[in-house]
Each structure stands twice: as C-alpha cells, then as structure tokens.
Design a protein around this ligand. Sequence first.
Ligand code: CAA
Length: 373
Amino acid sequence: MRVGIDAIAIAVPHRYIALEDLARARGVDPAKYTHGLGGLEMAVAEPGEDTVALAAQAARRVLTGYDPQKLGLLVVGTETGVDHSKPVSSFVQGLLDLPQTLRVYDTQHACYGGTAALMAALDWIASGAADGRSALVICSDIARYGLHTPGEPTQGAGAVAMIISRDPDVLSIDVGISGTASIHVHDFWRPLGQREAQVDGHYSVQCYLDALGVAFAGWKQRASLRGIDSLARVCYHVPFCKMAKKAHAHLFGDVDYDAGAALHLNARIGNIYTGSLYLSLASLLSAQAAELVGSRIGMFSYGSGCTSEFFSGVVGPRAVERTADLADVLAHRERISVGEYERIMALTEPLPRNGGEVRFTGVVDQRRQYASS
Ligand code: CAA
C-alpha cells in the first residue's frame, strides 16, 4: 500500500526581521548570520500568533477543498504548546469545526514531535486501522531563545499542515525503511514555565550530527535489503540553514548541498522547530517538484534530548500542482525594525489585530480565547 503526504500547507507570522538588521544592532558582522548561519530573515510572532493560531491557519489552508469527513485522526507535533493538559490539536479541532469522530492528540519530543505525529499517522493507515480514512498532521511552534544570546538569530515561528493518506499526491513514504537514534543528552531543553529555550549550542550541533550518523546507517541497512541505494535529494531538520549543509557534509563528504532549493523558505522564516524539516521539503518541492517526480528523497528529523529518524519517500505524481504556491506565504509579510522586534518579544498580551486568519485574543475565566476570520 502507498501511504504518505497528500497535501501540504504553511502558515507564518505577519512580521519578520532581516538578519542583517539584527546583526548590525548586535554589533556583529552581518556575514556571520547570513553566511555563517545561512539565514536571511526571521519570522517574529506576537502573542496573538501563538502555536494554536498558526496551526489552525495552516490546517485551514491544507483542508481547502477537502472533505473533513474523510479524516479520522488529527495529531499536532509541538514543543511550544499553550497548556499543560489541553493539547493544541483540541483547540484546532474546535476552531475549524472538525468532526467529533476524530481521534485528537499532540505528540512531543522537541523538534521530532512533528515526525512522531507523521509516523503515527502512517502506521495508523498502513495497519488498516484507518479503514480508508486520512489523517491531518500539523507541526506548529514558536522558536524563542532570548535577546542577545547566540541562539537569537536562529529563532522563528510557523506551522506546516499535511494530509496523510493512501495513494498520496506529494510524497509516498517508504514505510518500514527508517533508521532511528536516541541518546539522553542535555543539548537543548525548556524548563516548565519558561518561554525561552536553554541550549548548549555547539554541543547541540555535535549531538545532531552523532544522531544523524546512527539514524542514516539504520536507514541505509534497511534500504539496501530492498534494493534502494541512492537518494536524489536529502532534506534535514533545519535549526539554521548552515546546519543542513553540515549534516549533508557529515553523510556525503565535501559535496555541495543544493541549498537554494531545499532551504529557501527556511532561510526567510527561521527555525520553526517541529515543522522545519517539512518546511525544507516544501522549499524543495516548490522549487524543483517537476524534475523530482518519481525520485526518492531522504528526510532527517532531529529532536533534541535526543531522538531522531532518517526515512525516505518518493515524490508523487501531482507534487508540482500541490506545491507550486507554497512560497506565496511570504508575500504579505511586513518587515519590522529591530526595535519593534524587541518590543514584540517583551509582550505578554496579544496585539489588538495582527492580520492573521486565526488569532489568540486573550484569556477569559482561565480559558484561552481565539478569533477566526
Ligand atoms: N563571516 C562569515 N562567517 C562567519 C563570520 C563572519 N564574519 N563569523 C563567524 N562565522 C561563521 C563561523 O565560522 C561558524 O561557521 P562554521 O560553524 O561553519 O564554522 C558560524 O558562522 C557560526 O559561528 P559561531 O560558531 O562562532 O557562532 P555562535 O557560537 O555565536 O553560535 C550556534 C552558533 C551555536 C549555532 C548558536 O546560534 C546556537 O546556539 N543556536 C541554537 C542551537 C541550535 O540551533 N542547535 C542546532 C542543533 S540542535 C537542533 O537542531 C534542535 C533545534 O531545532 C534547536
């Protein structure tokens, strides 16, 4: 049975800053951020653009023209949820008025959470438990480190929503051919109650590469047993764009990573944690789907802490039309100054309006409220 990604959509905050502006404000050579880390811009979310709002917007887009009665499962992967108990997926179900017959929950393991959701959906369909139904998988996060920290230029925010189904149009996943690696490390974490992540930056890069090596070896061993020995492209988890290039060099030596295609959205949005691997896939397909139809893509997902998975899939027959407009999400954003970014990062209450289709409006009687237009 062919199972995989049938449709994909993205939502991002309304505002962004240019990394060269941030570098100048921090007294850093802009080339460090644009070449050393590989980014150009970074999405800035105000409190009204929270994980739920972004998830709901991405989900609404991916469901356009789709009958929600065909869904049986909704899973959100996130590491920046809004409640210790009520999952983001529950808010999304209500905001989009999705069927009450859905199984609804969140998955968490740092940036791997979205892949955990994807794998749950694939297994659910491949096992036959779905009984012909499809799944809605959403990755949504606000990546925050803190002003003046080394991680500051690697923040971002956004959501990627995907419909997972049989006979998928975008990417048919090689179910059963994946390699995993998990090690208990303190490379990146966020203690309860803190908005900003803690990170041991250089150590986290090494943890990522170590996990990648083990996960890739597992994939390679299983793939070779099925006669699969090559990949046309590889997409990686992208905490910052240079990391994908380091990862590619780690696996394949000193070869040029085709960064323009697989990273153009990541370079302009920043790290979106759970969604960043799928943002890279969206980048690649929105740029090169026509030449990649029928080709096998490698995918590496890394979640600090850590766990990781290397898997693969074959680009589907309708990937071109399904991904052509993904970059449009950048069209209506507003560039803001570093001063405005600093003001927004200090906010705890949502701005009155942010232009988003779905937005968090505040807490009433200890219940989070959302507006949808
Ligand atoms: N011009 C061009 N390049 C320059 C430069 C200049 N003027 N100055 C420095 N550079 C280069 C450096 O040579 C370096 O490149 P290489 O890594 O290829 O050698 C790069 O810019 C970065 O410089 P530093 O290492 O000195 O930067 P830093 O110490 O300030 O911080 C960082 C880098 C550790 C990645 C930091 O940004 C950070 O902590 N980021 C958050 C953690 C992170 O993203 N970790 C990734 C793995 S964990 C993960 O993937 C999960 C997740 O999503 C967080």
